[in-house]
Ligand binder design. Structure first.
Ligand SMILES: *[C@@H]1O[C@H](CO)[C@@H](O)[C@H](O)[C@H]1NC(C)=O
Ligand SMILES: *[C@@H]1O[C@H](CO)[C@@H](O)[C@H](O)[C@H]1NC(C)=O
Length: 820
C-alpha cells in the first residue's frame, strides 16, 4: 500500500510549501522546453526533501548515538576479579551482585513476627525512610574486600558483614554473616525471621535450583545451586551456630527483579500460634500437560531463630578447586579481623587525621564510618535511560550500558547523579584512585555523539521502580555542573605523582577526547548572548505559572531564585564559573598527556579574568556577583477564583503566580547566596582582588549567610529566604545548609589563606571557623540521630531532607583531613 501512494503526497506531507510551488509550476507551464526545467526542479525538490527528511532522521538519532571512538572502560567484568562481586546494590539493606549486565542478585530480608503488619509491610528489604530504622550504615567498608554494617531496627541490632576471597576463574567466593542481638535485653528470646535469596533476571543466561538434597542429609536450611555463563557452577549454603527454630524455602518464578518482596509476601503462610511464617517450597507454573514451564528464578530461604541469633551465608565458586577450607565460623572471624586491621592502617595513612586537628577516637571513628558509607554505596547498574531532544517528538531509549557509580542516598536516591558524582569522586579517589578512574570511565562512556551526558541515571528495573514518572526522561538540552572537572583537578593536584603511572596515563588519554567533547558541548550549547556569558537551559515559565520563580534544575540548585522571567538574554554566574573551571582542568590534563593546552588556557584566562566576570556579573546595587535577567521581585501566589457554576466536589484551582510589577532587565540583587559566591568558591578571583575583600567581609555576617553550622544557601535578607516557590514545594536551596557547597567554601578559604596577600590572614581565620562549624555539626547530628543528612537547618543545625545521605555530605571527611 505504502509504495503505491503518489509520490507528491509523500512529498506534500514532508514539506508542504515546496510542493505548492511545484504544483503551480505544473499548471502554468506546458511547453516542452519548460519541461526539462520542471524535471530539473523536481529532482532538486526531491533531493532537498530527501536531504531534509534525512537530516531530521539524523538529528533524531543523534541523541542516542554513542560518542564516536573507543569506549573508555578498558577492562571490566571477570577481567577485574577483585571488583567482580560486591555490595553493588546500594538500594537494599544488604545485597550482593556482580559487575556483569544481567548479574544474579542475592540479598537479605528480615522481620520480627511479633510486629508484622498484615500486608507484610514490616518486612525489610529496600532501604526505605518509612521503615524508620534507628540507623543503618557501614561501620567499615574498603570498597573491595570486606564490609561491616550495623542496622538498628527497634530494640534489635543487626550486623551484616561480608568477606570476599579470591580463587578460581569466576570471581572467587564470599561469605556473609548476619547476626541479630538486642539492646539491654529488650527483645532477648524474641523471634526473628531472616530471609536470604538468589534471583536471576529474565535475561541472565543460567539457572538456579534449590539444593534440597543437601537439606535432607544435614538438616540445614535449603541452599541454592546454580550456573550462569559468567559464574560457572556455584553454590549458596547456610550455616548457623545458633539454634534454628524453623526453616523453609520458596522457589518460584518472578517476572521482574523489583517484585521479589511481593513474591515473598504472597507465599508467606503464618503459623497460628506465634505468627511465624513458613514458605511452601517449590511453587512452579505448569502448563496444561502438567509440565513445569520454566525453572525457578527466585529462591528464598527463611531461617527463624531466637535473639541473639546468627547465620552465615557462604557463596562458593566451583572453579575454585584448591580452597583451603570453607570461609565460615572461626575462619571467617580470622579473615575479617585481618581485613579490619588492614583497613584501619590504610585509613590512618591516607587521611592522617592526627596531623590535622586534635580529632579524638570518636571523631576519627566517625570519619571512618562516613568514608565506609561512600565506599559501601557504590553500585553497578545496567540498562538504558529514556531521553529526548528537540528533534524527537517523544522519548527514545538510550543505548543499554553499565554504570559503576556511587549514589547520593541509599534510600531516596539509589542511582547515579552526574553532578553529585564529581563530588563523590573527591573522596573515592582519595581512598582508591583506580576505583574512581573506573567510575569516571563508566560515566564518560555514557556520553552521546553531541558530547552530552544524561544528568540522572535510572538504569534497570529496580532503579526505575524508585523514580516518579515525571523525572524519568532526560532532556539533551539540559546540562548539570561539570563537577568531574573538579574531581580531575583534585586528582592532579593531590595525586599527580600517582597519575604518571603508564596505566593511569593511558586511562587519561582515553578520557581526554570525551572531556573535550563535554567541555565543548557545555561551552557552545549553554552559551549566553554576550561573549563569555552562559545560561542554564531548561528554565520554563508556564502560563499560568504555579512557580514564583521558574526552577533551574540544570544548575543542581533547583529552586535557588533566578530571574523571574526566563529569556535568552539572561546570564548565570555559577555556570560561567563552572565553565572556567572546566577550561582550567582541561588545560592541566592536556599538559600532563602532552596535548595542546593553548585553547583551554586561553579560555580560562578570558573567563576567569576578574574584570570580565565583574563586567558581566558584578552588581553595584547589592555589591555582589549576581545573575542577570528579566526580573521582578513583585510577585505573589494567589488562588484564582473558581469558575462560575463549578460543582462543589471539584477542588479549588491551584495557586498561581501574579506579577504585581512588570519585570525589567537587571541583576537579580535579591538573591544573595551560594550563586553570588561562585567566583570565590571556584577560586577564580585574584588573591588581591578588591572583590575578594568584599566577599570575605560579607561571609561572616550572620544576617547574610553565616551560621554556627556552615554557610546557609540564601541570605536571610532575601525576600525568597525559606519561602515556598509553589503552593506545595517547600524551600530546598533557599536557606538550608548544603555540605558540598560548604566544602567549596572551605576549600576556597584554604586556597586564599595559603596565598600571601592582603586577604591571606582573614581567609585563614575564617577558614578554620567555617571548617569546624560544618564538621562539628554534621558529626553532632550523626551522633544524635544516627544519620548523615541531605542538608542542615540554618537555625538549629538539625539534619533535614533525605537520610542517610552519604553522598556529598561525606565531604566532611576531607574537611577533617584538610584535603582540597
Ligand atoms: C571527642 O570530642 C568530642 C568533642 O569535643 C567530645 O564530645 C567527645 O566526648 C570526645 N570523645 C572522646 C572519646 O574523648
Ligand atoms: C568557548 O567559547 C568561547 C566563546 O564562544 C570561545 O571563544 C572559546 O574559544 C571556547 N573555548 C574552547 C576551549 O573551545
Amino acid at each position: 500500500m505504502r509504495n503505491k501512494e503518489p509520490k507528491s503526497n509523500v512529498v506534500r506531507r514532508i514539506k508542504k510549501n515546496k510542493v505548492i510551488t511545484f504544483e503551480k509550476i505544473v499548471v502554468q507551464n506546458e511547453e516542452k522546453n519548460r519541461y526539462s526545467t520542471l524535471l530539473y526542479l523536481l529532482a532538486l525538490v526531491g533531493l532537498t526533501v530527501a536531504a531534509y527528511a534525512c537530516y531530521l532522521g539524523y538529528c533524531e538519532t543523534r541523541v542516542n548515538t554513542p560518542f564516536n571512538g573507543a569506549k573508555v572502560v578498558g577492562i571490566s567484568g571477570l577481567d577485574v576479579p577483585d571488583t567482580y562481586w560486591g555490595t553493588y546494590r546500594p538500594g537494599v539493606y544488604y545485597g550482593m551482585k556482580t559487575r556483569s549486565p544481567y548479574s544474579p542478585v542475592m540479598g537479605l530480608m528480615w522481620y520480627f513476627p511479633q510486629v508484622l503488619h498484615s500486608q507484610g509491610d514490616n518486612i525489610r528489604h529496600w532501604c526505605e525512610q518509612s521503615d524508620n530504622l534507628g540507623r543503618y550504615g557501614w561501620e567499615e567498608h574498603d570498597g573491595k574486600t570486606f564490609g561491616i554494617q550495623t542496622i538498628k531496627d527497634g530494640p534489635f541490632n543487626l550486623v551484616t558483614s561480608f568477606v570476599k576471597r579470591p580463587g578460581g576463574n569466576h570471581g572467587g567466593d564470599w561469605s556473609s554473616r548476619i547476626s541479630v542481638t538486642s539492646e539491654k535485653n529488650h527483645g532477648v528470646g524474641q523471634i526473628v525471621s531472616l530471609f536470604f535469596y538468589a534471583a536471576l533476571e529474565e535475561k541472565t543466561k543460567g539457572w538456579i535450583s534449590p539444593n534440597e538434597n543437601f537439606e535432607k542429609k544435614s538438616h540445614t536450611p535449603t541452599g541454592v545451586i546454580g550456573w550462569t555463563e559468567q559464574l560457572g557452577d556455584f553454590t549458596l549454603r547456610y550455616f548457623s551456630r545458633s539454634k534454628i527454630v524453623q526453616h523453609s524455602f520458596l522457589a518460584t518464578t518472578v517476572m521482574r527483579l523489583e517484585m521479589l518482596k511481593d513474591a515473598l509476601i504472597s507465599h508467606l503462610r503464618h503459623r497460628r500460634s506465634d505468627s511465624v511464617a513458613t514458605l511452601p517450597g517449590m511453587v512452579q507454573t505448569r502448563n496444561e500437560n502438567g509440565a513445569i514451564e520454566k525453572g525457578p528464578n527466585f529462591i528464598i530461604t527463611e531461617i527463624t531463630g531466637r535473639v541473639p541469633f546468627e547465620i552465615e551465608i557462604v557463596y562458593e565458586s566451583k572453579s575454585y578447586y584448591h580452597r583451603p577450607s570453607t570461609l565460615v565460623g572461626e575462619m571467617f572471624d580470622e579473615e575479617l579481623a585481618k581485613r579490619r586491621a588492614h583497613f584501619n592502617e590504610k585509613f590512618d595513612s591516607v587521611f592522617k587525621l592526627k596531623d590535622h586537628g586534635n580529632w579524638n577516637k570518636t571523631q576519627s571513628k566517625f570519619a571512618q564510618v562516613v568514608l565506609s558509607n561512600v565506599m559501601g554505596s557504590i553500585g553497578y547498574f545496567y540498562g538504558s535511560s529514556r531521553v529526548i531532544s528537540e528533534y524527537n517528538s517523544s522519548p527514545v531509549p538510550y543505548w543499554k550500558a553499565p554504570l559503576f557509580t556511587a549514589v547520593p542516598s541509599r534510600s531516596f536516591f539509589p542511582r547515579g547523579f552526574l553532578w553529585d558524582e564529581g563530588f563523590h569522586g573527591l573522596l573515592i579517589s582519595t581512598w582508591d584512585l583506580d576505583m574512581e578512574l573506573d567510575i569516571m570511565c563508566h560515566w564518560f562512556d555514557l556520553m552521546n555523539v553531541m558530547g552530552w551526558i544524561p544528568r540522572e541515571q535510572i538504569l534497570g528495573t529496580e532503579a526505575l521502580a524508585k523514580v516518579p514518572e515525571e523525572f524519568v526522561v532526560q532532556n539533551a538540552a539540559i546540562a548539570n555542573p561539570p563537577t568531574f572537572f573538579l574531581t580531575i583537578q583534585y586528582i592532579l593536584s593531590n595525586f599527580g605523582e600517582d597519575m604518571i603511572d603508564p596505566k593511569r596515563l593511558a586511562v587519561l588519554e582515553r578520557l581526554y577526547p570525551r572531556f573535550r567533547a563535554w567541555f565543548n558541548w557545555l561551552n557552545t550549547t549553554q552559551a549566553g548572548e554576550l561573549p563569555g556569558t552562559y545560561m542554564w537551559r531548561g528554565r520554563v515559565l508556564l502560563e499560568p505559572s504555579p512557580e514564583i520563580n521558574p526552577k533551574t534544575l540544570a544548575s543542581g540548585l533547583d529552586d535557588y531564585p533566578r530571574s523571574s522571567h526566563p529569556t535568552s538574554s539572561e546570564r548565570h554566574v555559577d555556570l560561567l564559573c563552572w565553565i572556567a573551571l572546566g577550561a582550567a582542568a582541561l588545560a592541566e590534563v592536556a599538559e600532563l598527556i602532552s596535548a595542546d593546552s593553548t585553547k583551554y588556557k586561553r579560555t580560562f584566562e578570558m573567563l576567569s579574568d576578574d574584570g570580565h566576570i565583574a563586567s558581566r556579573h558584578w552588581s553595584d546595587v547589592s555589591e555582589s556577583f549576581a545573575d542577570f535577567g528579566l526580573h521582578t521581585d513583585s510577585l505573589t501566589l494567589k488562588r484564582p477564583p473558581r469558575k462560575p457554576n463549578t460543582p462543589p466536589h471539584v477542588p479549588p484551582p491551584g495557586m498561581v503566580r501574579f506579577v504585581l510589577e512588570a519585570p525589567h532587565y537587571r541583576y537579580v540583587d535579591s538573591a544573595f547566596g551560594y550563586v553570588s559566591l561562585f567566583p570565590f568558591f571556584l577560586q577564580l578571583l585574584e588573591k588581591d582582588s578588591e572583590l575578594l575583600g568584599i566577599i570575605l567581609s560579607k561571609l561572616e555576617r550572620k544576617d547574610l549567610l553565616w551560621t554556627d553550622y556552615g554557610l546557609r544557601s540564601l541570605s536571610t535578607t532575601s525576600p525568597y529566604y525559606m519561602k515556598h516557590n509553589t503552593e506545595h514545594d517547600p524551600p530546598y536551596w533557599r536557606g538550608q545548609i548544603w555540605i558540598n557547597i560548604n566544602y567549596l567554601a572551605v576549600r576556597a578559604l584554604h586556597h586564599y589563606g595559603t596565598l600571601p596577600g592582603p586577604y591571606s590572614e582573614k581567609s585563614k581565620a575564617v577558614y578554620e571557623r567555617l571548617r569546624l562549624n560544618v564538621v562539628n555539626n554534621v558529626m553532632k547530628q550523626y551522633q544524635k540521630t544516627g544519620y548523615i543528612w541531605e542538608q542542615y537547618n540554618d537555625r538549629t543545625g538539625a539534619g533535614m531532607g533525605s537520610r542517610p545521605f552519604t553522598g556529598w555530605s561525606s565531604l566532611v571527611v576531607l574537611m577533617m583531613a584538610e584535603l582540597y
